[in-house]
Design a protein around this ligand. Structure first.
Ligand SMILES: Cc1cc2nc3c(=O)[nH]c(=O)nc-3n(C[C@H](O)[C@H](O)[C@H](O)COP(=O)(O)OP(=O)(O)OC[C@H]3O[C@@H](n4cnc5c(N)ncnc54)[C@H](O)[C@@H]3O)c2cc1C
Ligand code: FES
Length: 587
């Protein structure tokens, strides 16, 4: 069974938890509720539903807590960076108060679950801080204090934090918590399994037909029937509900350092960039300091090893670091209007639900989701449900939606028009380049043994081109955050199918992709790959002109698409950095 562990990085949590070993789903089954995704959202929801009397089945592609929940920092807090300032601005004071109430209830719920299920997960209550790293962040802390107080949280300000350095100001909230996330989620999973309910690992879902009953189809061709289905796959798996237009995927980095002396007995995060998120962990022998931060959108060319180095410098500057055996990165869904999506998948869905968009605060977010969904399926009123309705309209977040769409458009179009970067022979060991292949271009990685691994750059989700992530040696999609290993296997969705394997120019045709993999490309994929060549670029502009002339698209749209590409090229050329899809800088 594989977990989402990219090469060269590893999670302290996955390395120190009891292993998980559930069987894969085989043969057709029927349950009351199928839950797709075995992270904290899926497993917490499964247990809540089972406790309500439902027969549930969790379907997990890898292992339980092998996704974002195995790579998180697992601070459990209702005070969340500058969340209340954001919610207040976009949704008003009442919404912020509902969010605060739901988050406090989630902290209490986790406390109760640890006790009731006797989960050995290093759960402890401590104070949460949002601190100003310098004078420029003081305003943000003051605003957060005002917004959090208005939301009903018992926050206070202080400049006296448990950090080993002075800070100008901090806002804090007592009695929050932290735990070992993998032990917690796997402890919940133990309580789910049995009495007609199941946990299945190594079971990737390919699609869902909503009906009576719903039919959940796995990649292996097995069908699970269920009255209701919850999609808890981090980024929503199914291409409906328009989540792709309303949610970005963003990565952050974490290091776990063994330190001499005490770590801060609190959970802390800065009030602005560069984010520094801190917590401790004691394993009986070692004191660990976790430092997180350096976030960026998935698929962005900021995914460089320097992200880890910046966190390491911070740790060594302020703490007595013995060594840093673990470092990792993961991602979460970032809704444009800053609130999670919990509830019916589409406005017309009555049996298909989603829990997603936790914006890097999924310990409480997933716990809220479990309660909201369990209440919904049991027909109980839930005071928080309306706030998280996935089908809400949020006019004030329109600029964020437009920005997200521009980013996608820039990559969908612009990345196709940039030429290849290098010849295969020029690719250094441990690195990847975009190389010319026939009329198009492919991604090629050269491993430590010198062998090359070629993949189609076309993401199997909706066809954007993947970028190489140098920090983790993966192919990441800038459009909705799908990630693939160097051989194209899926590490994170929404993509379900692997990248097509491609012969590299130095390989024999015998290494050509298997027929079933080639079948995923389809005519549109072939056309878009052709567009990656210089000739294709000319064809693209001619095509835009033809479409506009035939009134398939408006002239202003054609001009905008062309201009977006040209501007994007200029900006990148000036950035002067070597990007996977930016060959001008590759030398
Ligand atoms: C660096 C970082 C630090 C963070 N720190 C904190 C923190 O301190 N506190 C906090 O509250 N939150 C934090 N978060 C956020 C938190 O980690 C996430 O919100 C949370 O883990 C998301 O849980 P999930 O269950 O939605 O997703 P996941 O844990 O990713 O679970 C989804 C599961 O679905 C599975 N899946 C996907 N596709 C399929 C498919 N087709 N078929 C079957 N299974 C599938 C995946 O394998 C995965 O196991 C952090 C996030 C990041 C990025
Ligand atoms: S993740 Fe949507 S196109 Fe790649």
């Amino acid at each position: 069974m594989s977990v989402q562990t990219p090469r060269g990085t590893d999670s302290l949590w996955l390395a120190t938890a009891q292993p998980s070993a559930y069987r894969a789903l085989e043969g057709d089954h029927e349950v009351d509720v199928a839950i797709i995704g075995g992270g904290i959202a899926g497993v917490t929801a499964a247990l809540a539903l089972k406790r309500d009397g439902a027969r549930v089945a969790v379907l997990e592609r890898g292992v339980i807590a092998g996704g974002a929940s195995g790579f998180t920092t697992a601070k459990v807090s209702a005070l969340q960076e500058t969340k209340y300032s954001d919610i207040r601005k976009l949704h008003g004071d009442d919404a912020a108060a509902t969010y605060a109430d739901a988050s406090l209830a989630a902290v209490a719920r986790i406390d109760a679950l640890v006790l009731e299920e006797q989960i050995d997960c290093a759960w402890e209550r401590l104070t949460a801080y949002t601190y100003a790293a310098d004078d420029r962040q003081v305003d943000a802390v003051e605003q957060e204090l005002t917004a959090a107080m208005a939301a009903g949280l018992a926050v206070q300000t202080s400049s006296d934090t448990p950090l080993p350095f002075d800070v100008p100001l901090a806002v804090c909230l007592h009695d929050q918590g932290q735990f070992h996330p993998v032990s917690y989620v796997r402890g919940l999973a133990t309580a789910v399994e049995g009495d007609g309910s199941h946990v299945f690992e190594s079971t990737a879902v390919a699609g869902v037909d909503e009906g009576s009953p719903c039919r959940v189809q796995t990649l292996d061709g097995v069908c699970l029937r269920a009255a209701d289905v919850v999609v808890a796959t981090n980024y929503p798996l199914l291409d409906r509900g328009l989540f792709f237009a309303r949610m970005e995927a963003a990565r952050s980095y974490v290091i776990a350092a063994r330190i001499r002396g005490d770590a801060p007995g609190a959970i802390l995060i800065t009030a602005g960039a560069p984010t520094r998120s801190l917590r401790s962990y004691h394993d009986g022998e070692n004191t660990w300091l976790l430092v997180g931060g350096e976030g960026h959108l998935t698929g962005s060319d900021e995914a460089q090893p320097e992200r880890f180095e910046a966190l390491e410098r911070f740790a060594r500057e302020h703490f007595d670091v013995l060594d840093i055996p673990f470092r990792w990165s993961t991602q979460d869904g970032m809704p444009t209007d800053k609130l999670p999506y919990i509830g019916p998948y589409t406005p017309n869905s009555s049996h298909l639900f989603v829990a997603s968009g936790f914006q890097k605060w999924g310990m409480t977010g997933a716990t809220i989701a479990a309660t909201v969904l369990a209440d919904r399926l049991a027909g109980r009123e839930n005071p928080h449900a309306a706030l998280f309705d996935p089908n809400r309209l949020s006019v004030r977040s329109a600029p964020q939606v437009a920005r997200a769409q521009l980013w996608v458009a820039r990559h969908f179009v612009g990345d196709r028009l940039t030429p290849a970067q290098a010849e295969t022979a020029e690719i250094p060991t441990g690195e990847a380049r975009v190389v010319r292949s026939g009329l198009g271009k492919i991604g090629v990685y050269r491993d430590e043994g010198g062998a090359t691994h070629g993949v189609s750059l076309r993401c199997t989700h909706l066809g954007c081109l993947v970028h190489f992530n140098e920090a983790e040696r993966t192919w990441d999609c800038p459009c909705h955050g799908s990630r693939f290993d160097i051989d194209g296997e899926v590490l994170a969705g929404p993509a379900v199918d692997p990248l097509e394997r491609r012969d590299t120019p130095d390989q024999e045709p015998t290494m050509r992709a298997a027929p079933e993999q080639q079948a995923h490309v389809g005519p549109i994929g072939r056309v878009t790959n052709e567009l990656d060549s210089t000739g294709g670029r000319v064809a693209w502009f001619a095509g835009l002109g033809a479409m506009a002339a035939l009134e398939v698209i408006d002239w202003p749209v054609a001009v905008l698409l062309g201009a977006t590409h040209l501007v994007a090229r200029q900006v990148r050329a000036r950035a002067g950095r070597r990007f996977a899809s930016e060959p001008e800088d590759a030398a």
